[in-house]
Design a protein around this ligand. Sequence first.
Ligand SMILES: [Zn+2]
Ligand SMILES: [Zn+2]
Length: 372
Amino acid sequence: MVAETGRAAIVREYGAPLEIVEYPLPEPEPGALVVAIEATTICGSDVHGWQGAYEGILPVELPLILGHEGAGRVVALGAGAELDSVGTPVAVGDRVVWASESCGHCWACTVARQTPLCPNRRLGMLTSAARPPHFLGMFAEYSYVFPRAGRLRVPDELPTELASVATCAGRTVVNALERAGRIDAQDRVVVQGTGPVGLFCVAMAAAHSPRQIIAIGAPDDRLEIARRWGATETISIDEYDAPARLEEVMRLTDGHGADVTFEASGGRGAIGEGLELAARTGRYVLIGATGAGSQEIEPHRIINKGLTVLGSFSGDIDSFHKAMRFMVANPGGIDWGEVLGRRYPLEGLTEALTAMREMRDIKPVIVPGAAG
Ligand SMILES: [Zn+2]
Ligand SMILES: [Zn+2]
C-alpha cells in the first residue's frame, strides 16, 4: 500500500460547499481493488446528487463521496482480482475503470439481469462514506472497487480523461442505444439536450448512418460540437420556444417527425415535447430526467401514434467496454476532448460543480493529485 490514508471531498449537507476529509485506506478484501484516482469527470447526476435531487426517490445516506465517472491506477489487489471482467490481466500500476457493485442475489440482478437496477447497489452516490471502506465515490484520491463490481483495464490507446468520460456519459448512451433498438438509414433521430450525454447520443447514433440527426439544445458552442459530432441539423432552445421547436422539427423532417428520440436534457417539459415531435410508431428513450419532479404529458400521443417509450438507466460493465471500444474505434473521427472542461484539484470541486450547474463548463475534470 502506498499510503495509509487518503483525502476525499464529501457532501455532508446538500448544496453546501464540499468538505475535504481524510479516511484510512482499506486493505482490499478478496476480489476487490484499491485504485488511485487519476481523473474524475463530473456528470450531471453529481450536480443533482449534491443538490439532494435523489433524496426520497433513492436510498441515499449522507455523507457521500460523489463522483462516479472516473479512472485510476490500481495500487492494491485483493486475492483473485488478477483479471478484469473480460479476462484481461490486471496488475498494480494498470489503469482501470469500474462499475458500482450490485448484490447478485435479487430479482434485478438474477432474473432481469439489469444489474444497474439492483436496489442493493453499493456506490458513492447513495452509500454513506462514514463506514469502511469509505472510498465509494471518485471525488477522492482513492477509490474502492468492490469484489462483485465489474472492472476493465483501460485500452492503451485511450487517454485517462477520455476513459473517464466513457464510464458514465459513454456507457449510459451505449445502453440507451441498445434500448432504442436498431437505427437504420431511413430513420430520423432527434436528440433533446446537448450536454455530454446528448452529444454521445449524437455521436453513437451517427455511427448507424441515420437519415437525419437533429440535436435540440444550447448554448451555441454545444450545438456546434453536436454538428461536428454528427448532427445534421441543430435547433437552439435559446432561439426557439417549444411550439417553434416542434414546428422546426416537422419542417426539417418534411412533416414526418422523429422515428427515434433520445431525451437527454432532463428539462422540465421535455418529455411532453418529445411525445409531440415523435413520428407514428416512433421510439422514445428517456435518459435525462433522473431527479424527482413531475412533468405534464399528453398520454394520448403515446397511444394514438403507437409510440414505444422506454427508460434507460446507467449501464452494466458490458456498456463500459463497448463505450471505450467505440471511443477508440472512433468511426466519426471525433475529438472527444471537446466535452472536457477545466481541470480542478479536489479542493476546487465545489467551484467545478457550480461551473457545471451554471453551464460554464461542459464537463469539468477533477484531478485529485493536482496542485492547488
Ligand atoms: Zn453519471
Ligand atoms: Zn441485486
